[in-house]
Design a protein around this ligand. Structure first.
Ligand SMILES: NC(=O)NCCC(=O)O
Ligand SMILES: [Zn+2]
Ligand SMILES: [Zn+2]
Length: 466
């Protein structure tokens, strides 16, 4: 039985900030003790990690990643091995990736395929949501089985007709099923049918550059779909989690629903908080690096997202990490923005960017931990093991240096992608050491983890409901 003590750091959870020693035994947090107290001194530690002057925070929970996702005629460039290793470098110790049901396929086949990709390869713990792209009687029945085995959330798409798209009837049926089995419906809320009309018209008018991706995917069409998803969830009596919210108008829809007391939740991502349509409009084909859906918005939308995160109209920041290399992958859309594979890299950058948001005064330190660790853990049934530092919980712990300076760059990141969406961005704060279930996976900025350490984590149903 290995014992560790993380001594003298400022332990920050969503609820508290206290200077304490964290005592770890057999991969779990055993106790928090006053620094250098008799109790801590009496603790026979095999290993002491000095965290004096540092933050001691829960490992990040990234509830939205896409490793090895076949999409847009190619596959996202991080494997479970490279993606989870990069996540660890960035202080994330649990990811929830999306297994995909292809059209004509059973949910089971999709889930088995994702287990096969991940098993034995992950550096940190992982779980799965299920993407429903073919809602019919048998896939609805399978939802119950999946909830029973720890896949308790289901993503539906109002976008991407012909690929992942579900119509309102299919969405309503899936929501009704989730209302009965405790599953949480996650919604990609964009009116894909209307967007496809605008795409066709833009291309016909010779508007082929990446920036038109942002123009056709109108904020109003995100707001309309968000509104519709909320009303369908009300009719079905199910909770709803809207993924990758980017538009001010969509935040307003969520806020209005929450003011009514409805169980409606929202997630945004660092790219919507730090990047904008200015990036999509970068010269030449550079804007392709920033093509994702929902799209980046004009800078003015960011204030509403930050406000939503402070007021709890948005509960979670995930990455929607879905990397495609500029060379050979994003380039598929040269001359036709609609063929640029959608998605941005970021699994390694989330904890740092959100710490920068603390430094910049957008959120408090505890809110940082709430939106990046505690809330996603509770939302997706990973608490109390993940998302906090408390006796009995997994010792997923990050020693974070709040004063270190770093510059984000593709030349230093560990994600398997040939560019950084944040190239040159200066960050105050850096991950120093990371424990996953008590094992050191990053030790003073050296990777000491291994593929296969990460375990599949079956989840309970949403723990965020009143
Ligand atoms: N978001 C994105 O552009 N790509 C990943 C797929 C999705 O989440 O819709
Ligand atoms: Zn989506
Ligand atoms: Zn996604």
């Amino acid at each position: 039985m290995t014992t560790t003590i993380v001594s003298g750091g400022l332990v920050i959870t969503a609820a508290d900030e206290i200077t304490a020693d964290v005592l770890i035994e057999d991969g779990k947090v055993a106790a928090l003790a006053a620094p250098d107290s008799a109790y801590a001194r009496g603790w026979r530690a095999d290993r002491v990690i000095d965290a004096t002057g540092k933050y001691v925070i829960p490992g990040g929970v990234d509830a939205h990643t896409h490793f090895e996702l076949p999409f847009g005629g190619t596959s996202s460039s991080d494997t479970f091995e490279t993606g989870t290793r990069a996540a660890a470098w960035g202080g994330t110790t649990t990811v929830v990736d999306f297994a995909v049901q292809s059209k004509g396929q059973a949910l089971r086949a999709g889930l088995d395929a994702w287990h096969a990709k991940a098993e034995g390869r992950c550096a940190i713990d992982y779980a799965f949501h299920m993407i429903l792209s073919d809602v019919h009687e048998s896939s609805l029945k399978e939802m119950d089985l999946l909830v029973g085995e720890g896949v308790t959330s289901f993503k539906l798409f109002m976008a991407y007709p012909g690929v992942f798209y579900s119509d309102d009837g299919q969405i309503l049926r899936a929501m009704q099923r989730a209302a009965g089995n405790g599953g949480l419906i996650m919604m990609h809320a964009e009116n894909g049918i209307a967007i496809d009309v605008l795409v066709e018209q833009a291309l016909a008018a010779g508007k082929t550059d990446p920036r038109y991706h942002g123009e056709v995917r109108r904020a109003l069409l995100e707001a309309e779909a968000t509104h519709r998803a909320i009303q369908l969830a009300r009719v079905a009596g199910s909770p709803l989690y809207v993924v990758h919210v980017s538009a001010e108008e969509a935040v307003a829809e969520l806020a209005q629903a929450r003011d009514k007391g409805l169980p409606v939740f929202g997630e945004t991502c660092p790219q919507y908080l730090f990047l904008s349509t200015d990036n999509l409009a970068e010269p030449g084909f550079e804007g392709a690096k920033y093509v994702c859906s929902t799209p980046l918005r004009p800078r003015e939308h960011q204030a509403a997202l930050w406000r939503g995160l402070r007021t709890d109209d948005l509960q979670v920041v995930s990455t929607d990490h879905c990397p495609f290399c500029f060379s050979g992958q994003k380039e598929l859309g040269r001359g036709d923005f609609s063929k640029i594979p959608n998605g941005l890299p970021g699994v390694e950058n989330r904890m740092d960017l959100l710490h920068q948001a603390v430094v910049d005064g957008h959120i408090s330190r505890r809110r940082w931990i709430e939106i990046a660790c505690a809330a996603p853990a509770r939302m997706f049934g990973l608490a109390p093991h993940k998302g906090t530092i408390a006796p009995g919980g997994d010792a997923d712990i990050v020693v974070y240096d709040p004063h270190a300076r770093q510059t984000l760059s593709a030349s230093t990141h560990h994600m398997n992608v040939d560019y950084s969406a944040y190239e040159g961005k200066q960050i105050t704060g850096q991950v120093e050491t990371v424990l996953s279930r008590g094992e050191t996976v990053i030790d003073k900025r050296k990777f000491t983890g291994r593929a296969g350490h990460g375990r599949y984590v079956p989840r309970t149903t949403c723990q965020y409901l009143p």
